[in-house]
Design a binder for this molecule. Structure first.
Ligand code: NAD
Ligand code: DAU
Length: 340
């Protein structure tokens, strides 16, 4: 049984947000979701096609920087809690154009925090990232005590937002939690991120652009398991607590890419090493002991199971994929990867 039942989800038309909205509507019928999303290039109502008329889902197109709109939504729907997924989320885009990251990720979070304070909400859950901790060498894992040391404009904007959340808790008693998750993968991920980009290129017999030596390590978590962790935090965590979330699935990029190629029956000759990402973080790894021990969360799928489900999903949803790569995607791809 949910404690927080009237929930404002921001960014619920994006990858993780739409998976969270779907999980709540399917598994927690006593909850109302109001979904505020600006529908940027990364937001897509097709991610929630079968839920647009659902009686417990109200979609509002709008910007989290619009304080008047946020205030009206909270009043009209008697919102109890905010879960803030809305963000600019892609590291490479933050290198070519950082300003919108400051606007949405920092000013947007500030706007939501002011509303949470003024409307005396029961909870504010900030969906942050392990990237705020910076990069690891070959050993060790990020814990909640690791100092913040963000390396990209994206992660710097997310770290700034985390500091604001904490400051609103300290200064005005806003009841918050922060979650810091490792790399997600699964259905509805936009094909600018590693796994869906490689699946899409391989399906089309296009080259697979591997940054640098391809030995960068990420700790992969299936998106549904991230969503169940967020749900536990929202419903069960004491206010003021921060939780790392991760899958204990460290993989080098080339391992992931080789697995995708073999599942799709495509040759390794598609791999092409290209110029590295500036400031590329070598390795991320999460110690998820706190959320496992205190809230009893654990991931439901191994990487093997999750990647198989994900590849099957993209194979069975090629209309979705064709739709998201139509329009602006082609020019994005060319500007990001030409002459690299
Ligand atoms: P995404 O880019 O797929 O989706 C972001 C959503 O936010 C889109 O629907 C977009 O339209 C919306 N949005 C952007 N700017 C907005 C604004 N100003 N107002 C309202 N809506 C706006 O992102 P994602 O991968 O689903 O990530 C969601 C959150 O999770 C982000 O906060 C990200 O930092 C965090 N996160 C992501 C990962 C990952 O691996 N993808 C891991 C850890 C944390
Ligand atoms: O760790 C959590 C973070 O994971 C989230 O906060 C971010 O929102 C999310 O985008 C993700 O960041 P990464 O930079 O780790 O993800 P990305 O998919 O962009 O890259 C994963 C790895 O793959 C990284 O080492 C860069 C490499 N890569 C990526 C692309 C897009 C390539 O080698 N080639 C590519 O074309």
């Amino acid at each position: 049984e949910a404690v927080m039942r009237r929930i404002l989800v921001t960014g619920g038309a994006g990858f993780i947000g739409s998976n969270f909205v779907r999980m709540v509507l399917c598994e927690h019928p006593d909850c109302l979701i109001v979904n505020l999303d600006k529908l940027t290039y990364a937001g897509n109502l097709g991610n929630l096609a079968e839920f647009l008329e659902h009686e417990n889902h109200k979609f509002v197109k709008g910007d989290i920087c619009d304080g008047a709109l946020v205030g009206r939504i909270i009043d009209e729907y008697e919102i109890e809690a905010v879960v803030n997924f809305a963000a600019e989320s892609h590291v490479d885009r933050s290198i070519t154009g950082p300003k919108v990251f400051v606007e949405t990720n920092i000013t947007g979070t500030l706007t939501l925090l002011e509303a949470a304070r003024d409307k005396k909400l029961e909870r504010f859950v900030q969906i942050s990232t392990d990237e705020v901790y910076g990069a690891l060498g070959p050993e060790g894992k990020f814990t909640e005590q690791t100092a913040l040391s963000p390396n990209s404009p994206y992660s710097a904007s997310k770290a700034a937002a985390d500091h604001l959340v904490r400051a609103f808790g300290h200064t005005w008693g806003v009841k918050y939690n922060i979650t810091r998750c490792s790399n997600n993968y699964g259905p509805y991920q936009f094909p600018e991120k590693l796994i869906p980009l490689m699946i899409n290129n391989a399906l089309n017999d296009r080259e697979l652009p591997v940054y640098g030596d391809g030995l960068y390590v990420r700790d992969w978590l299936y998106v549904y398991d991230h969503c169940t962790a967020i749900w536990r935090v929202l419903q069960n965590a004491p206010p003021g607590e921060i939780y790392n979330i991760g899958g204990c699935n460290e993989k080098a990029n080339l391992e992931v890419i080789n697995l995708i190629l073999s599942r799709l029956g495509k040759p390794k000759s598609l791999i092409r090493h290209v110029t590295d990402r500036p400031g590329h973080d070598r390795r991320y790894a999460i110690d998820a002991g706190k959320i496992m021990g205190e809230l009893g969360w654990k991931p439901s799928l191994s990487f093997e199971q999750g990647i198989n489900k994900t590849i099957d999903w993209y194979l069975n949803n090629q209309d979705w994929l064709r739709n998201v790569v139509s329009g602006d995607y082609q020019s994005y791809y060319e500007s990001m990867y030409a002459n690299r």
